[in-house]
Design a binder for this molecule. Structure first.
Ligand SMILES: Nc1ncnc2c1ncn2[C@@H]1O[C@H](COP(=O)(O)OP(=O)(O)OP(=O)(O)O)[C@@H](O)[C@H]1O
Ligand SMILES: [Mg+2]
Length: 124
């Protein structure tokens, strides 16, 4: 199992989410964070003085999948997140030791399978 961790622009998320859902990957997590890449910051003028902004708001997307699903996930992210401009983001692939579904106690590969039913009960 691997975790694909992608640092992306906010506007890239919805197209990525829809494409992943289409391809059978509904499970993911996102969080908002601030980060910086290799650029040293953007200098803006504020009331006559210059101010350098080092941290910019971004989204972090985390998806745990079987090893064989890593490449299609990366390709999907690249398709929607790449504009060719600096700050497009980065993708890291991290080994995952174990996964456990709390409801059933099952572990491993089974935990990563998409649900058979389309129904979403309240609280899911
Ligand atoms: N080595 C890293 N470790 C952790 N987070 C990183 C790393 N590199 C980039 N990030 C995260 O990814 C976000 C986007 O990075 P960014 O796309 O600017 O990378 P970059 O290396 O500067 O490439 P580019 O030259 O295309 O801008 C950053 O705001 C940061 O949160
Ligand atoms: Mg950068």
């Amino acid at each position: 199992m691997k975790k694909v961790e992608a640092f992306i622009r906010h506007e890239a998320f919805e197209p990525i989410r829809m494409d992943l859902l289409d391809k059978g990957f509904p499970s993911l997590s996102i969080s908002e964070y601030k980060g910086s890449g290799r650029q040293k910051g953007i200098t803006e003028q504020y009331r006559g003085s210059s101010l350098t902004i080092h941290l910019r708001p971004k989204l972090k997307l985390e998806i745990v999948v079987d090893d064989t699903d890593v490449r299609p996930i990366i390709d999907t992210i690249l398709r929607h997140a790449r504009t060719g401009q600096v700050g497009d983001g980065k993708i890291f692939v991290i080994p995952v030791e174990e996964a456990v579904r709390i409801r059933t106690g099952e572990d491993g590969h089974e935990v990563l399978q998409a649900h058979e039913t389309e129904e979403i009960p309240a609280g899911a």
